[in-house]
Design a protein around this ligand. Sequence first.
Ligand SMILES: Cc1cc2nc3c(=O)[nH]c(=O)nc-3n(C[C@H](O)[C@H](O)[C@H](O)COP(=O)(O)OP(=O)(O)OC[C@H]3O[C@@H](n4cnc5c(N)ncnc54)[C@H](O)[C@@H]3O)c2cc1C
Length: 525
Amino acid sequence: MKPDFDLAIIGSGFGGSLLAMVAHRIGLKVVLLERGRHPRFAIGESSSPLANLIIEQLAERYGLPRLNALTSYGEWERNYPEVVCGLKRGFTFFKHQINQTYRPAPDRSNQLLVAASPHDDVADTHWLRSDVDHFLVNEAIALGVEYLDQIELQGVEWGADSTARLNAQRLGQMIQLRARWVVDASGPRGFLSRRLDIAEHRFNSYPPTQALFSHFTGVHRCDAMPAYTTAEQAPYPMDDAALHHVFDGGWMWVLRFNNGVTSAGVAVTDELAKKLRLSEGERAWQRVLSRFPSIYDQFAQAKAIREFTWMPQLAYRATTATGGGWAMLPSSAAFIDPLFSTGFPLTLLGIERLGRALEEDRLNQAQVMKEYNEVTLAEADHTAQFIAGCYSGFPQFQDFAAYSMFYFVAASFSEMARRLGRGHMVRQFLASDHPTFGQAARILGRMLRTRGAQSELFAAEVRKQTDCLNVAGLCNPAKRNWYGVDFEDLVAEATKLAMTPAEVREVLQRADWARGNRLAAAMAE
Ligand SMILES: Cc1cc2nc3c(=O)[nH]c(=O)nc-3n(C[C@H](O)[C@H](O)[C@H](O)COP(=O)(O)OP(=O)(O)OC[C@H]3O[C@@H](n4cnc5c(N)ncnc54)[C@H](O)[C@@H]3O)c2cc1C
């Protein structure tokens, strides 16, 4: 019997809806299955340059022009003002000590500001997921994707013809859907993990962590608070960013949307969570605030506008991400920690890879699925090792600041390589597949976890080991932890991208630069 659909996607978060659009544009018959109803709350809100670039490239490759405006703040605001987002110019970190008011150290050794874009118009964004996911599912429906919400999937089995049969209940009716392939986009510990009893494989050497979060109104800006500011002009307004308050054992995110709402939450080790009694929700949140006077002041007038969510176990990794006739999105196969907004780019890399396999009708080839499985889990493992190193660096903030450069160097190199047609130079997230860079990130991370580090020597070693991909002027002690965007750094390091400085300059200035025009706009200033 002919299947009803080529592809059934379980879960209509941004990942499921984007993959549905891609598959539809490839010419496949797609059904998107959602347990709940949009609009609905979802966590995971901060995008990044690499995430936006992948969306831009998916939009280009699959003829989805309406996605382009979601890839930069200015275009988003002009095109979809009703879809709430926030301005993200970079990554801001402040290191706090218990019971001490924050004061910027003269050498800025207790803060780190890394710009990701040169100005607001081309900046990244925070996504109010209830709006963005709703928008994307409507886009998928408008294209012609079949969408069934409020569906309760009860089972899945594969027939001798390898067609999947999904049994479900919807609004009191039993239904059966047959599909050639199934992609699970239902999140960590999602539908297939549970139905197929896929075991969890804990990340090695990763500290178990928990989270507590909500949405707030009335959160003060740090750049309006004397505790955080200095006479010097920061590379960008420090709150128009993914703002992090770092402390021993964990960190807090503060992400501002432009409707007056701010997303904030903490991710902490189990050890600290126990001390804070994180399971107590709002009372635990107050305990966090009362430990750190300058964070307390930032939230002095804040009101939580939704219930607090406690997640007793943040990290998750399935033992496998594929099987006969099915695959998980990376976001269903694994999650590590919100630090460095790795969830979106990992998910998008998975969508890109699945899109290529679907284009060539190769999703049922064992070798293709094996490679997808390996790369998905290898990227998750590498990211987990990196984040574990970051947690170990928190007590000595300069070690964290130094080690974080493995993220910033890899992210900026990956973005530039893709933009300049050199995508083959770095295929995996965080350049984990680069022979020296990826290995060095793992070794230095292990050093932080097991022995701690000596700040200056450690920073010098990071500088040396990241130099091969450093095209953004990072790891420069003279910048004292404040990094703006200067395209001359890229021109000067052109050979690392196998180009000449003149070639880089020419590409950057070309008027028909990729849609979004981020760099050309910046160069023209
Ligand atoms: C605390 C926290 C903070 C985070 N912050 C960031 C961040 O700032 N930046 C970042 O890049 N990443 C972040 N992430 C990761 C990010 O949330 C994920 O990468 C992202 O949500 C993945 O999107 P998705 O669409 O694949 O899945 P999800 O957003 O998880 O959506 C899954 C969908 O599947 C549906 N579903 C679930 N079960 C079923 C079922 N049985 N049948 C049908 N439908 C089902 C759900 O209702 C939902 O709509 C964070 C994660 C956490 C936990």
